[in-house]
Design a protein around this ligand. Structure first.
Ligand code: SF4
Ligand code: SF4
Length: 103
């Protein structure tokens, strides 16, 4: 992991577009429902590969992106999706998202 990259001044991987690219495996839905967060389980949209993805705003950002403290912080960080958890800062895809976002 590249410690030099600051996610809170970036947020590019949480702004991937409106076409359901941040996928949600079924076990995430089970996990959120088990802790009483049906609201998260329901804030989904059809995603790639026939899966579900996080719903997005018109600007392509995930509906869970942005807190009072930071526009690039995740509001459900502690219980975020598996895809979000597994996404590696500094990975090829991270650098690609950053480049597309103009960093
Ligand atoms: S694109 Fe990379 S640096 Fe930017 S928020 Fe995502 S993981 Fe962090
Ligand atoms: S759930 Fe959080 S970490 Fe995952 S895409 Fe949305 S804002 Fe980003």
């Amino acid at each position: 992991m590249d410690e030099a990259l600051d996610c809170l001044s970036c947020g590019a991987c949480c702004r991937t577009g409106t076409d359901g690219r941040i996928l949600i495996p079924p076990e995430d839905l089970v996990r959120w429902r088990a802790i009483g967060r049906n609201d998260i389980a329901e804030a989904v949209q059809p995603g790639h590969f026939g899966m579900l993805g996080f719903a997005t705003r018109d600007d392509g950002s995930c509906v869970h992106l942005g807190t009072a403290a930071s526009a690039n912080a995740c509001r459900i960080y502690e219980i975020r999706g598996t895809t979000c958890r597994d996404f590696e800062r500094g990975s090829e895809q991270c650098l690609e998202f950053r480049k597309d976002a103009g960093f």
